[in-house]
Design a protein around this ligand. Sequence first.
Ligand SMILES: [Zn+2]
Length: 173
Amino acid sequence: MKKFSCILKKDAFLTMVLASVEIYKKEAIGYLIGYKTNKLFIVEHAIPFQTAKRGFVWAEIPEKRLERVKELAERFNTYFEIIGDFHSHTQLGSSAGLPEPSGEDIASMERNKVYLILAINECGEECVKWHNTKNLTLKGSIKGYVIEIGAFRLLKEYKFVKIPVYASFATGI
Ligand SMILES: [Zn+2]
């Protein structure tokens, strides 16, 4: 089995992190635009849906908006396409948001796509430098929040794997 990984380019990384912080109490969601090789998902851009409300389901995205995202993807570069999506998991009361897919998340996964989950929690004064964790995630803090990003892909129905996610822009590696 080929080992996949996911590379986040600067624009995609910043867009996702800022969207998650901006609507912290709600769930940030959006599409990932980029390209795929036989081992890598390269995420160049992220297109958030700012109007997303808590408990938002993907089916609620109007067809017209989806068409616009596809158009945008083509305009960026003819090789770019929608390669997956992202959403945030936020802190609910005392239970922390976790970078793991829910049953619903798994049920909506398709093969050959990458799914990013940004767990966002309040961290107060404590500041974490962006780094890759042993858990294959990318973790760091911004504006009083700590964010941990996990990347997943579907192997077969209901069977997913976590893949390493890198953002050299943030970690300086
Ligand atoms: Zn989720």
